[in-house]
Unconditional design. Structure first.
Length: 202
């Protein structure tokens, strides 16, 4: 039976708050998958599942979608959360200022930081200014994107195998209740034990 859940806007109202880590995940809250690029089609993104020889090991992903509610549950309390364009702008600026762009972990697991995944670009979608990556036309203006160069063989093989499909942010934010409610939509979460064991994280 469906039920209505409240929506909370996540805001930055303190200097101690903000985005501090990006995590490689199977099921991102943004409900988007990334693209990878091969040498033959440098400007045309293709899905990881159809990569060919000559791969560049570059991936493009959405870190945060603007005005897009995503499901959360904390200590049994279910709700939806969302970021505004203004908060995403502040989040991105503080993320770079604090120098956290090199922090990457796996599925939000404790002590799972890995090497061999380098952020090469970070930008906000703005269609009017011509900043609109191909393949992400449905993503809202004001959303935060990142491009990564994958040096790690294990991580790249995991991406091609579909173990990772995108990224997910970690950070501290203040929840601000809105007067909007939304019906619950649940999605299954797949296990990643085999990959985590390869990285000695279990």
């Amino acid at each position: 039976m469906n039920k209505s859940l409240p929506i909370y806007e996540l805001v930055l109202d303190d200097d101690c708050l903000g985005l501090y880590t990006v995590s490689l995940v199977k099921n991102p809250a943004t409900e988007t998958s990334w693209f990878a690029f091969n040498k033959q089609e440098k400007e045309e993104p293709i899905k990881c599942s159809i990569l060919e020889d000559g791969e560049q090991r570059r991936v493009l992903a959405v870190i945060a979608r603007a005005d897009f509610p995503f499901y959360r549950i904390i200590d049994g309390f279910e709700f939806y959360a969302m970021f505004t364009k203004e908060t995403i702008q502040k989040m991105a600026q503080k993320f770079l200022k604090d120098g956290y762009q090199g922090l990457i972990n796996v599925e939000h697991q404790k002590n799972s930081y890995i090497k061999g995944v380098e952020m090469t670009q970070l930008y906000i979608k703005d269609t009017e200014k011509g900043i609109s990556p191909k393949g992400f036309e449905q993503i809202e203006d004001g959303s935060l994107f990142a491009e990564y160069k994958i040096e790690s063989d294990e991580v790249w093989e995991a991406i091609k195998a579909g173990i990772f499909t995108s990224v997910s942010l970690e950070g501290y934010f203040t929840p601000k209740e809105t007067d909007i409610e939304i019906e619950l939509e649940e999605e299954p979460i797949d296990a990643m034990d085999e990959f985590l064991r390869k990285l000695d994280l279990l």
